[in-house]
Design a protein around this ligand. Structure first.
Ligand code: ZN
Length: 82
């Protein structure tokens, strides 16, 4: 039987999501913070925002994992998609 684990760790996935609950929570927080950033900084791309998250010393380990994953998703889709 295939055990569906989080893409970022060995924990079980949360329902239909591809991440465990901890990484899903971190992912939600990153997306929420992005909307706040856009209000404050205007035209700030998702990619640049993720790079910013990775560079901030206060970014937690869960959020770092998620930001790296999102960035690698971008690199995988944008090159073939355009
Ligand atoms: Zn996880």
């Amino acid at each position: 039987m295939l055990v569906e684990t989080c893409l970022l760790c060995d924990r079980k996935r949360l329902g239909a999501f591809r991440l465990c609950r901890y990484h899903e929570i971190a992912s939600d927080k990153i997306r929420e913070a992005y909307t706040v950033w856009q209000e404050g900084y205007g035209d700030f791309s998702w990619r640049n925002y993720l790079k910013k998250v990775l560079s901030l010393p206060e970014t937690g380990q869960w959020a770092l994992d998620v930001a790296k994953l999102e960035l690698s998703d971008l690199d995988g889709t944008e090159e073939s998609g355009r």
